[in-house]
Design a protein around this ligand. Structure first.
Ligand SMILES: [Zn+2]
Length: 177
């Protein structure tokens, strides 16, 4: 995985770019949850589910179908969230699917089962530029952890900040999208 904190960069950038009218606080909170939820499969390692298993780490919860299911379920609550169902669906889909895509750009672990449950084949993207994050929380506070955060700053946070600011600027110039 990339560190859980860096998975939050995508929904935060979406919120900044689209603005509070399209992404109210409740939807932002749900999008943040969708961006980190896939890594709850790491609990399976403690329960004895092997990494390479269909429900192992980077398995089904990192798949495109799981992202679609989260987005579809979330869009049912569009009225409560105060946003259009199509916007809820898209924001949650991008937030959840970005998790697997970012993991697929890391340089360690097994690949991502994007097409689970139809295929358990694991994939990486051609650009494996993000240092894989240590699974232990305390290891993040080490030299290796600093290297991980440095690569995430370069390849996740800076592009997300640029995207968020660009959307913010467009909204400032032309009004809400
Ligand atoms: Zn992950």
């Amino acid at each position: 995985m990339a560190t859980p904190i860096s998975h939050l960069a995508v929904p935060l950038a979406l919120t900044a770019a689209l603005g509070p009218d399209m992404v109210p606080p409740g939807l932002m909170a749900l999008a943040l949850a969708c961006a980190v939820l896939p890594d709850f499969d790491a609990l399976g390692l403690w329960l004895g589910i092997p990494y390479a298993h269909a429900f192992g780490h980077r398995g089904f919860t990192h798949s495109l179908l799981f992202s679609l299911a989260l987005a579809g379920a979330g869009s049912l609550f569009a009225p409560e969230l105060g946003a259009a169902p199509s916007i809820v669906f898209l924001v949650l889909l991008v937030s959840a699917a970005s998790h697997g895509l970012l993991d697929a750009m890391t340089n360690g672990g097994l690949g991502i089962a994007f097409f689970s449950p139809f295929s358990n084949r694991r994939y990486f993207l051609p650009w494996r530029v993000i240092e894989v994050s240590p699974l232990g929380l305390f290891e993040i506070f080490s030299w290796r952890g600093l290297r991980v955060l440095g690569s995430e700053a370069r390849y996740v946070w800076i592009p997300c900040v640029i995207f968020g600011l660009a959307g913010f600027a467009v909204r400032g110039l032309f009004g809400p999208i």
